[in-house]
Design a protein around this ligand. Structure first.
Ligand SMILES: *[C@@H]1O[C@H](CO)[C@@H](O)[C@H](O)[C@H]1NC(C)=O
Ligand SMILES: *[C@@H]1O[C@H](CO)[C@@H](O)[C@H](O)[C@H]1NC(C)=O
Ligand SMILES: *[C@@H]1O[C@H](CO)[C@@H](O)[C@H](O)[C@H]1NC(C)=O
Ligand SMILES: *[C@@H]1O[C@H](CO)[C@@H](O)[C@H](O)[C@H]1NC(C)=O
Length: 483
């Protein structure tokens, strides 16, 4: 518990420290920020102000100047009633002609409107408009005036700019009692027309234009009174309301528009031809779309060729390397022509049978021990031959780097000799090498003589070695003769 208390205290301390330090960051250019009198390097709020954020914007009214209840401190030492109030205890509302704290401002729209107690903004009375409510509304009894523009909005059933006239829509003919404010036009039921919808249309079962009374035939009917039936296939056409002629939709034809386009054609009037659909399948009579395209074609209608460098089914295959990077046939992938030295439909085969070069049209010269290069026609010789036709042999000096060491071992003598001699020989070489090194080799070009002591040593050593070898030889030959 003690530990917990300690941690808590530390946390609180840190928090206090933080908040104090952040409070202390005053902006030197902030409002009412002054330099301290005691220490000019530090900043503080000027007298009469309290800090808020990085500025000192809160006025202070303290001591004798302290504000009463309901009052607001508006400047250092100055108290006022809140906006819209006045009086010793700020309990009295401002009269309509005033606003602001202590009712110090005159309301300019009085008496035709009221002022907002804080902003002074005008709210006009119902029959006035304008920024200061200075204009009287000109709407009649059934209209309401817009406080900014002064224009009228009419009650239902009234129209004109001042809402002075009643609509008088015909009951039965009109949808409701209200009409357009500018024209006085009522909204008619289907089958009625006229400004106030008094007249029935004369169009069999179809409606008519609400202004002119001209018939607007329903689908499947035609004639001035829409009383004549169309003979068209209405799922694929409409009929001309004046002539009764069938107007076919894309993909259909015939006087009644009931015949789809012939295979291989599509569209409006069947005027378009299908693209290259796969396996000669026909395209959609309406939009020409194919289920899939033939090799070499792409697009919904299969009417665009493969892009440059591609061919085949879905244009997914890459062209081979044709002459000068020319594109291949979009359907087959074959090249028009090949680079020199190459042949075959896709230029993948080198020239053969003694030909070379462009279109394999040149005959190779004889190559005696070699073959002809398919691009250049030059002979490429077999190893060991040279010359333009590989006719002459090539003479090479073969570096002989092979060193043969024969160790002839015959019986024990050989074995002993080898066993003893080889290590001895090695020892001798090592010592010799060491002596030459330690004794100092030729330091420069002038002094090439070996130091005296090492030469002596070398001579002794060689002598000793010879003795040993002689002894060993005789010993071995003795044992040999004994056996
Ligand atoms: C009044 O006039 C204003 C501005 O011309 C316009 O935006 C508004 O729709 C009008 N109101 C009516 C009811 O006509
Ligand atoms: C595709 O149609 C054309 C024209 O109708 C015809 O000449 C061709 O033989 C057909 N090909 C196949 C593979 O059916
Ligand atoms: C393919 O057919 C469509 C539809 O008719 C057309 O808009 C488009 O231009 C045609 N594209 C080519 C490359 O002909
Ligand atoms: C190469 O020559 C042989 C024999 O004359 C012939 O059978 C073959 O078709 C030729 N090949 C080419 C690629 O010309």
């Amino acid at each position: 518990n003690l530990v917990e208390m300690k941690l808590l205290l530390q946390a609180v301390g840190a928090l206090l420290c933080c908040s104090l330090s952040s409070l202390n960051t005053l902006d030197p250019k902030g409002k009412n920020v002054c330099r301290s009198l005691r220490d000019p390097s530090t900043l503080e709020c000027c007298t009469g102000w309290r800090q808020e954020g990085k500025d000192c914007t809160i006025p202070v009214c303290e001591g004798e100047q302290a504000c009463l209840k309901n009052e607001l401190c508006v400047k250092p030492g100055v108290c006022r009633c809140p906006p819209g109030y006045f009086g010793a205890h700020c309990k009295t509302r401002c009269p309509s002609e005033f606003w602001d704290s202590d009712c110090r401002q005159l309301c300019p729209c009085y008496p035709y409107g009221r002022c907002h107690p804080v902003t002074g903004e005008c709210t006009c009375n119902t029959n006035r408009w304008g920024p200061l409510c200075q204009f009287p509304c000109r709407c009649a009894r059934h209209g309401h005036c817009d406080p900014i523009y002064g224009n009228c909005t009419c009650d239902e059933g009234w129209w004109t700019s001042t809402c002075a006239k009643p609509c008088q829509c015909m009951s039965g003919g009109a949808v409701g009692p209200s009409c357009e404010q500018l024209t006085g036009r009522c909204q008619c039921h289907r089958g009625h027309w006229g400004l106030k919808c008094p007249v029935s249309c004369n169009c069999y079962m179809s409606p008519c234009n609400q202004r002119t009374g001209v018939c607007e035939c329903d689908p499947g009917w035609w004639g001035p009174s829409c009383d004549r039936r169309c003979n068209c296939d209405l799922t694929h056409s409409s009929c001309d309301p004046a002539s009764g002629q069938c107007l076919c939709q894309p993909g259909f034809q015939g006087p009644y528009c009931n015949k789809p386009c012939a295979p291989g054609t599509y569209g409006s009037g069947c005027m378009m031809s299908c693209g290259s659909c796969k396996d000669n399948q026909t395209c959609s009579v309406i939009d020409g779309a194919c289920a899939a395209c033939d090799p070499g074609w792409k697009g919904t209608q299969c009417n665009s060729s493969c892009p440059f460098g591609f061919y085949g089914d879905g244009c997914k295959q890459t062209c081979p390397h044709c002459r000068k990077n020319e594109p291949c046939d979009p359907e087959t992938g074959n090249c028009g022509s090949c680079e020199p030295g190459w042949t075959g439909p896709r230029c993948e085969e080198a020239c053969s049978n003694g030909t070379y070069g462009k279109a394999c049209s040149f005959l190779c010269k004889p190559c005696v021990s070699g073959r002809c290069h398919h691009v250049t026609g030059k002979c490429i010789c077999e190893p060991g031959f040279q010359g333009e036709s590989c006719e002459s042999e090539h003479i090479h000096l073969k570096a002989i780097t092979c060193l043969c060491v024969c160790v002839c071992s015959s019986g024990i003598r050989g074995a002993v000799l080898a066993g003893v001699l080889v290590p001895l020989l090695l020892l001798l070489l090592a010592v010799l090498f060491c002596c030459l090194c330690c004794g100092g080799g030729p330091a420069d070009g002038k002094d090439r003589s070996l130091p005296h002591f090492s030469l002596q040593f070398y001579v002794h050593l060689t002598y000793a070695l010879h003795q040993t070898l002689d002894y060993l030889k005789s010993g071995v030959s003795n044992t040999h003769t004994h056996t």
